[in-house]
Write a protein that binds this ligand. Sequence first.
Ligand SMILES: [Zn+2]
Ligand SMILES: [Zn+2]
Length: 590
Amino acid sequence: MRNTPVIAFVLLTCIAVFMPLVAEARMGGAGGGGDSGGGDGIGALIFYILMMIPFPWNLVVIAILIVAFYIGKKKAKQRSILNSIPDPTKFSGKDNAVQLPGLDPESFTQKVKTAFVELQQAWAAKDMGKVRRYISDGMYQRLNIQFKMMDMLKQRNELTKIEVKGVYIDKAYQDGVNDVVHVAVHAVITDKFISDEFKQLASGGREEFVEYWSFIRKSGVAERDMYHSVNCPNCGGELPLDGGEVSKCPYCGTITNSGAYDWVLAEITQVDDYKSTNLLQDLSRNLGDRIAGLAEDYEGFSVQHIEDITSNGFLQIETARVLRKPEIMRRFVSNELYDRLTQEFENTAAFLYNRIFLTDVTLIGGLTDGNINKLTVSVKMAYQRVQINNGSLVILDASVSTQTRIVILSRDAKAQQPKASLYAHQCPSCGGTLGDTTDLQCPYCGSTLNSTMYEWIISDVMDVSNYTAYYKNNYNLFTAGIKPSKIDGLYKVRDYAFNNVLIMIAADGKFTDEEIEFANQIAKKWGYNTDKIQGMIEMARTGQLAIKMPEDVKDREKIYKLMEKAAHVDNHLDASEQALLDQVKREYLS
Ligand SMILES: [Zn+2]
Ligand SMILES: [Zn+2]
């Protein structure tokens, strides 16, 4: 008891000196500067403690400080965006508190559950008819391009034992004239990719996962439940189940997926992409308010809507590229871009996508260039290419990889109110329904379809380094824009390397207990908290990760070196590891 004042003094001193010490150490670490001030500071501090605190308490304080310093350092090192990726097998979600007028969480999550099961069934059947009425056109194209590829590869994706474990609202907010809700879906599916012709494309298994579904709706509409009825929300007629590129009622002509009647599914994002692009998404939302004035839309401006037409147009370009049918993209792109792309198609060897999906589509800027308004949108694409040579399959990419492209949309500053959406295959000038042709003249009113007078037209597609230069050169024209350096996700060099090494471990198609052990060893060696990155390991085990790389070339080299090192650590480099290293070198380092 008689020591109480001394202990109190010791503790107070600890608190007083602990904070500045850690702050100083971290600053030194970040800056990497070698000035002697820091050393002197610590020396002075130790001297101060030795002199001011009686023996042996002074030594105790110093010991506590040293331990606290190293714990702090370890904790700081363990910090990573990868920690926020949940282990799906242990996931227990909850609704975040959201406030959005007119959003009834109960009935909303019920709709999501229905949509989830119906969409899996539609996907397995390669037929979107049953769900067409409530998915956006961009979402439709995301699935449609994959169906086209699967058909060419004689592939199907069998899905059985579909189980929705939970649906949780993550974010809900107003986006211009629209409401947007992002919801986490936790589910388990037995997922088998089968190709009748190319057996080596077989993949899949039992998969538990978390992904984020994004829904959009016009603010303040009286909801007609489109999820539990197949009837037209406008006239009540029974909608046909052959819904194609456009979701239009054959009786009254209403477009069912405009968001005017009910929530529309616009995007599906894997949990790792959702977490890593969180910052970019938030920046983009703030951007929307500033760009809205510039881009004053016919039905009001909405970031999610711009992202949807970008997804749609971008995938039309990729479909045109693979099928060698430039007419597919003709009306969505400017004449200059059309000429450039058709040239590009002719100069590259034919290939197919075994996988192609958009992992993130985000509005990143808006500018006025003369009489034209432009929007810039970052599109992150994951893909794996294959070739069919004389009937046999050549796998071009050992693993699914990601690349970022910047899409530029252009429209006249004094644009006219369009009668209908070009991206829904309608003439913006007269509203007439368009057939699948290369014709740029509307058959009804004769107006030019890819005119920037009404609709946003894709005028350029560039990589991030070209966009960085573009942003710099046109900086004064931008009304608002996110710095190009922010386009990369929240991953750090180590996170990219770990993600890619996990894919390398899984590249032989198996993920044995030894390999899980190996993954944990690397995690520990690289300073991760192994408890917190099990989500990543589980995603790797079930084949849900894609190769990711930052834009910075030096960082790419560092990541490649770390991957190489990890591949050699078990003293033998197998063919699948080598193939993946070769792919990374080819795709990102040349
Ligand atoms: Zn109708
Ligand atoms: Zn027309």
